[in-house]
Every structure is written in structure tokens, then in C-alpha cells.
Design a protein around this ligand. Structure first.
Ligand code: AMP
Length: 771
């Protein structure tokens, strides 16, 4: 970098003023400079940001795209100012288009340098949070600007594969006699390859690879997994239809692992200890996990120098509440042996839910979705506010729907009956329930839905019965999940049968108009090409029904990238290791809207302060109320001030039984679809039709804290609480706002269970999710 630019950075860029000359030089050496002509766009709203932009010369106009295709001007940036800081901090895409007004030169400082230098310097962090705070306030003062910015914020979360630097990702799905692989290149999105080696260890081993550069079909000699992995590499580096020059071109490997047990609630970077922990879960998935582990070992042999990430089929369902995942068995089978419902097909359900939200231009957390993954294996998933809250597969993939060869739900008494009367062993019963049942068992024709449908068309009664039984089970689960979520916005069909069979979709949905599901028959018949998302409901159907092609491999590649960036962030942040977060226990409380204050305490009544709370501007009031539910009441519940737009009642988990209400676990302010209650005050009582929640545990922090910890608003972390009984609390939501004070809030139940008091301290231990 030339000396004039370095001098400019020192004296004209407040953010960089606090660094030494040597540090500034180091930062600029790792950065790029680009020049823009007047009118040229520098970044678009919606772009994901992996750099901090510093304007060296020129003027830049910022504007937000609005609904009718127009632009809402937000302001102008001059030489010396920075951009991208807010996006880096929140993890959200850019909210504004930035266009050069004059000839403009920009220094792009990559995220890695931003993290290692700027985040490590408290004065720079302070400076950046001041800039963000000022910009937020300027935007929020103007309603038009605020709307423009808020509408852009966090649509569906992009499904495109993006990374800070170009990445070539190999996704592997290793089975007992098969190896499926996919290749993705973030800088050449069209350069995708899918490959499949079947009959490993048997005669007739065969590799088929298909990609942008053509197809490869190879017959392989009979041999084991090691040879199959070598054959895969051979096809990937093939001079004709291959995609990479040699193994070193792969920069990350994502592995599909079927079972993560209760231990892995998210994707994880594979180290030796992690591999041992995955192996320890083998008894939970004896047919799958051992071969997944074998695949990881083989891949680490071939791609030894790059990070490997395990993506679990079960992880998306880690959010199931205990009433959905527990069986009605003696509790020790869950506590000691891990017998509970886990759910599978997580990558597919997650992918189609995100793709559907993106298609509908909605945020996932606005929608109640039922996803029907109907393939050779089949499961339904209820996704409420972006989180899986129930799914039809259970302890094994055998529960739930009728599948190609699995029976799905069955009375356990049948198993012991067959054992007694037919003298069958456990292995024989497993074989019957998993390999000989389902469509195959019922139809006695095939496990393939296409063949069953043909036979049914030809009048085969057993095939017709198999088809009807299959569809009835799907319909029954849809109904159950509408009840579980208390409503439905989007119904998705995916996988081989879901994408391919108009007949199954129509039969499964027949008669569900009572739930607002209106199928458009012609759209349904036409939606079978399997490549694009199709809407198959009528235009006025209250529930949108979509056919969404699944892409588990892309989802695994995306998770791999996200895991690597999360892992980097937490390791880069010394604050996570050294700076504790104070823990505060929050008892049940009520936030009131002014209308309800007056109804409960009398016309014109204003809340009166009793004591300040740790969050600036928040206080406990003198006023107290009684909460009344269908079963019982809780007296003397403190009201918190100031008043809010909507009344909200936060109770502890155990109190729900006292009241006879089952509230969802939600972030404060997110009361959509929550139950109501009656509130009694000295001047009267009011009935609220929604607003009762159990608070999701959360950490309040300022933008400066977030930068120090390397965290983003709305991400979910684990917090380690050291002590005699060290423990890790998962599912802790990060909430960033300039007005917050650093504190973690947990409710009284959790505090009692963990023997914690206000004043305890926790350490950020890892990032679970970023959505
Ligand atoms: P998957 O597990 O998603 O690969 O789905 C495979 C299964 O989907 C096959 O075994 C078939 O039963 C079914 N299938 C694929 N295409 C169709 C189609 N066009 N119509 C009905 N079923 C199909």
C-alpha cells in the first residue's frame, strides 16, 4: 500500500487511528483495494458480508430497495467512513445498496483481519459500536427508512453457498454398501458434481458420477470401502469429466452422520475426541453410525490436511420439547439408556423449510410448516417458527409413516406376540419390521411406489390397499401436526414420492379443506418434474401447499461452511474464554400495555417504579397482579415497566401446570400464537387472548460486547457455568442492542434445577445456530 493511503488511514479513519503504524500496515497488506466509477454499485442489499469496507476516496450513496422496485435513500458515506460493520456484527446481509457517486476507492479488510485485529482492540470496538449506534438511531428516527431497512432484514437466510474465501466442499454419505458424494465450489456455483458407488464389497461394484463436465460410469473390481474412496477420488480428478486437479483442491469435507444422540445438537468440527464420541453412539444406530465413522476415517486418510465436519440427521430435531420426544416408558430408560424419540431426515426438513420460506419471501420464523419427506424412508416434521417441534420418526427411523419396507407406527404388543407365537428372534423381528413390511409387505409387489401405483391402476387390490394405507397415515400425521402447532401456513411435499406422485399428494390431502388445505388439481398433476418449487394449492387456499425438491447434500455443504465459520469465530474470540457473563435469575413477571394498566388499576393510572433492573430503562413496579388460568391462579406477580405495545406474561415452566396453560418457549416480544389468560388487578380484570410465554434463556449484550465475543444478534450459543457441578446450558439466544447491559437471564426453574443464584457467572462455550 502506498504511503499516502497509510497516512490517510492514520489521520482520517477514526476506526484505525488507535493502531500502530506496523499494525495498520499488516492489516492493509492483507486487504484489497478496488476502484469504482460514478454510478457503479459496490455492494447490493441482501449480499452477505465478509469484509469491512473503508472509503479511501470518493462519495458513496446508501439506499434501501423498497417494495415497488424503488429505492429509499438512507444517507451518504464520505472518505474515511466504513461500511459492512453492521452486517459483520449482526450476521445479517447488507440492508442497503451502496453506489459510488464519484470515482471511489475502497479498501476491503477481510473478516479474518477484522476479527483478529479490530475485535481485539477495545478502542476500535468502541468506535465501531458508536458508529453503528449512530446509524441505527438515524435510520430509526425516520419511519420510511426504518421500514425499508427492516423489510430487508433477515428474509429467509440464503441457501446459496457463500464463504469468506473460495471453498471446494466434498459432501459424503457413506453407507454399508454404498458411497454417495457431492462436490460444491463456492466460486463456481454451476460446478456441482454428484456421484454414487453402489454394491461396495459385493460383485458388480459400480461408480456413476454426473456433473457439469459430463458423466463417468465405471465398473469396479469387488473390494472394500478404502478402494471405493480411491475410486471416488479417481473420478473427481478425471481429466475429462473430473472437477479438481488433485485431492489438495478440496478445502472442506462434510459428512452425513445419521445419529448424533443427545450429545450432538448441531454440526461439529471432527477432531479425534469427537470421532470417539460419535463412535460411542453406535449402539443407537448400529446399521448407520459405524459405517459413517468408517467413511470419516477413510476421508481423513485421503483429505488429511482439511477440516472435516459431521452433520447429523438428528440435529435439526434437537429442539423437540420433552413432551414430544419422550415415550411413556419408565423414566430410567430415557435417562440411563437414551431411549427417546430423536427424529431423522433433519437436513432435508430443514432445507425444504428454508427453501419454502425463501420462495414465499417470508422469514422461517414467521411460519408454521409441515414438511412431508416421502421417499423410500419417509417422515413428517412440524416446524414452528423455524424450529422442529415434532417429527414422525423416533428412536430409530422405523417409527411413524409407512415406508418402502418399514412398517412405521405399530403396537409394541405385536412384537411380543410374534416373538411368542412365531418364535422369532430380535434379529428376525428387526428384519420383518424394517425390510419386509411397508409398501412391500402390504402390496406383496414392491417397495417402489411407482410399481405399487401401476399395480393399483391395474386393479391389484393389495396394491390399492397399500397405497391407501400409506396416504391415510400421511393425512393422519398432517392433522396431528396442525393440532401440535395450533395452525398451519405451509405444507411441503418432498423426496421421491412427495416430488413424483401427484396421486399420493391428492389422496393424502383429500378432505383436508376443513384445515384450510385446498389443492389445485391441475397444478398438482403438473408438479412432477422434480427440479423447481411448485405451488399446488389454489390461489385462495389459506394454507400454501408446495412441492419442494430436497437437496440434503447442499444443506450439508452449507452446514459445513457455517460450522467452520462459527468455530473460527469462537476460537478467535479470547473474550469467550476469559470474560464471564453475569447470570441473573428472572422470576415470573408481566409486561403491560397502557390500555391494560388502566383496566386493571383504574383510568389514567401510570405504573410506579419500585426498583431499577439491570437493563437500562427497565424497572420493577410497585404494581402486582394475579394470573388466572383454566385450572388455577398465581398471586402477586410483579409488573415490569415501562409499558409495552402488547401485554406479555412470562411464567416459569413448572407454573404452567398450576395455571393449566401450556405456553411456548419464546423470545420476549414473540407472542404470536401463544395462549392467553385472565389478569386480575385492584380495579378490574382483563382477558388477554395471547401473550403467555416461558422465556427462552437469553443473553443481553451491546454491539461492543457482541464484537468482543465474536457473536451476532439472534444467534444461539451454549454457556458453560463452572463450579462444583460444571454444566453447559444450551439454546441460549443472543440479543444485541446498544441499550442492553451484559447479562444472561434464566428462569427460576432452571436456576433451581442447576442450583444457581443471581451473581453466578457463565462463559460462552460455542455457537449452536446462527438463524
Ligand atoms: P428417495 O428415498 O427420496 O430417493 O425416494 C425414492 C422412492 O421414491 C422410490 O423408491 C419410489 O418409491 C419413489 N418414487 C420416485 N419417483 C416417483 C414417482 N414419479 N412417483 C411415485 N413414486 C416415486
Amino acid at each position: 500500500m502506498n504511503p499516502e493511503d497509510l497516512a490517510f488511514l492514520k489521520s482520517n479513519v477514526p476506526l484505525l487511528a488507535c493502531f500502530t503504524d506496523a499494525q495498520r500496515e499488516e492489516m492493509t497488506n492483507g486487504s484489497n483495494i478496488a476502484v469504482y466509477a460514478p454510478g457503479e454499485t459496490i455492494v447490493y442489499a441482501g449480499d452477505e458480508i465478509h469484509f469491512l469496507g473503508v472509503i479511501l476516496e470518493g462519495k458513496v450513496a446508501a439506499s434501501a430497495p423498497i417494495a415497488d422496485g424503488g429505492q429509499e435513500p438512507l444517507g451518504r458515506l464520505d472518505a474515511g467512513e466504513t461500511f459492512g460493520d453492521m452486517a459483520l456484527m449482526t450476521g445479517d446481509p447488507m440492508v442497503a445498496d451502496l453506489v459510488a457517486e464519484t470515482r471511489t476507492r475502497i479498501l476491503f479488510l477481510p473478516l479474518t483481519l477484522f476479527q483478529s485485529h479490530i475485535m481485539a482492540e477495545p478502542r476500535a470496538v468502541q468506535q465501531i459500536s458508536r458508529t453503528i449506534g449512530a446509524r441505527l438511531q438515524a435510520v430509526m428516527r425516520d419511519p420510511a427508512k426504518a421500514t425499508a431497512v427492516m423489510c430487508k432484514e433477515d428474509t429467509a437466510g440464503s441457501l446459496e453457498l457463500k464463504a469468506e474465501r473460495p471453498e471446494c466442499i466434498l459432501v459424503l454419505n457413506c453407507g454399508s454398501s454404498s458411497l454417495k458424494y457431492s462436490f460444491f465450489d463456492t466460486s463456481h456455483p454451476e460446478n456441482v458434481v454428484h456421484g454414487h458407488i453402489e454394491r461396495i464389497g459385493l460383485t458388480g461394484t459400480r461408480l456413476v458420477q454426473d456433473g457439469a463436465k459430463g458423466e463417468i460410469v465405471r465398473e469396479l473390481p469387488q473390494s472394500g470401502h478404502a478402494e471405493a474412496f480411491d475410486a471416488m477420488l479417481g473420478a473427481l480428478v478425471d481429466k475429462g469429466a473430473g472437477v479438481i486437479p488433485d485431492a489438495s483442491a478440496i478445502s472442506a469435507v462434510g459428512h452425513r452422520v445419521v445419529h448424533g444422540g443427545e450429545k450432538f445438537t448441531n454440526s461439529v468440527l471432527i477432531e479425534d475426541t469427537v470421532l470417539a464420541e460419535i463412535e460411542a453412539l453406535n449402539p443407537l444406530a448400529p446399521l448407520h453410525n459405524p459405517v459413517n465413522v468408517l467413511g470419516i476415517r477413510e476421508a481423513r486418510r485421503i483429505f488429511a490436511a482439511v477440516p472435516h465436519v459431521a452433520v447429523f440427521d438428528t440435529a435439526f430435531h434437537a429442539t423437540l420439547p420433552s413432551h414430544a420426544y419422550l415415550y411413556g416408558l419408565p423414566h430410567e430408560y430415557h435417562e440411563k439408556k437414551g431411549v427417546r424419540r430423536y427424529g431423522f431426515h433433519g437436513s432435508s426438513h430443514h432445507y425444504v423449510a428454508l427453501a419454502a420460506a425463501q420462495f414465499l419471501l417470508k422469514r422461517p420464523r414467521e411460519l408454521k410448516i409441515v414438511s412431508c419427506h416421502l421417499g423410500n424412508g419417509a417422515s413428517l416434521c412440524a416446524i414452528d417458527h423455524g424450529r422442529s417441534i415434532d417429527t414422525s420418526m423416533g428412536f430409530t427411523p422405523g417409527e411413524g409413516l409407512i415406508m418402502g419396507t418399514r412398517c412405521g407406527d405399530i403396537d409394541a404388543g405385536v412384537v411380543s406376540f410374534l416373538e411368542r407365537t412365531e418364535h422369532l428372534t430380535a434379529a428376525q423381528l428387526d428384519e420383518i419390521l424394517n425390510k419386509k413390511s411397508g409398501l412391500l409387505g402390504l402390496s406383496a409387489i414392491s417397495n417402489d411406489m411407482r410399481e405399487v401405483e401401476h399395480a393399483a391402476d391395474d386393479g391389484d387390490l393389495r396394491a390399492l390397499t397399500a397405497l391407501k394405507t400409506f396416504c391415510y397415515r400421511v393425512r393422519k400425521y398432517i392433522g396431528a401436526y396442525v393440532a401440535a402447532m395450533g395452525g398451519l401456513d405451509v405444507l411441503i411435499f418432498t423426496a421421491g414420492i412427495g416430488q413424483g406422485s401427484a396421486g399420493v399428494r391428492a389422496t393424502a390431502l383429500q378432505g383436508l379443506q376443513c384445515m384450510g388445505i385446498h389443492l389445485h388439481e391441475q397444478r398438482n398433476r403438473e408438479a412432477c418434474d422434480g427440479r423447481k418449487i411448485s405451488r399446488i394449492s389454489t390461489d385462495d387456499s389459506p394454507v400454501t401447499v408446495l412441492v419442494v425438491p430436497t437437496d440434503e447434500e447442499r444443506m450439508i455443504a452449507r452446514e459445513t461452511l457455517r460450522t467452520l465459520s462459527r468455530d473460527y469465530l469462537v476460537h478467535a474470540s479470547a473474550a469467550c474464554q476469559r470474560e464471564p457473563v453475569p447470570i441473573e435469575v428472572s422470576a415470573h413477571h408481566i409486561h403491560l400495555a397502557q390500555k391494560e394498566v388502566e383496566a386493571l388499576f383504574g383510568a389514567g393510572h401510570q405504573l410506579t417504579k419500585h426498583a431499577d433492573l439491570s437493563q437500562p430503562g427497565q424497572y420493577a413496579c410497585k404494581e402486582q397482579l394475579t394470573i388466572v388460568g383454566p385450572k388455577g391462579r398465581i398471586e402477586r406477580v410483579r409488573v415490569l415497566g415501562p409499558t409495552r405495545k402488547a401485554t406479555q406474561v412470562e411464567i416459569a415452566m413448572t407454573e404452567q401446570f398450576k395455571l393449566g396453560i401450556q405456553p411456548p418457549i419464546r423470545e420476549s416480544g414473540d407472542i404470536e400464537g401463544s395462549p392467553g389468560c385472565v389478569l386480575e388487578g385492584p380495579a378490574g380484570s382483563v382477558t388477554i387472548d395471547r401473550g403467555v410465554i416461558c422465556a427462552l434463556r437469553h443473553v443481553h449484550m451491546t454491539p461492543a460486547d457482541a464484537l468482543r465475543y465474536g457473536l451476532k444478534d439472534k444467534c444461539t450459543v451454549r454457556v458453560r457455568v463452572p463450579g462444583n457441578r460444571e454444566m453447559v446450558l444450551g439454546d441460549v439466544r443472543i440479543r444485541v442492542d446498544p441499550s442492553f447491559a451484559l447479562a444472561m437471564h434464566i428462569d427460576t426453574d432452571e436456576a433451581n434445577a442447576a442450583n444457581l443464584r443471581t451473581g453466578a457467572q457463565g462463559f460462552i462455550d460455542g455457537i449452536q445456530h446462527e438463524d
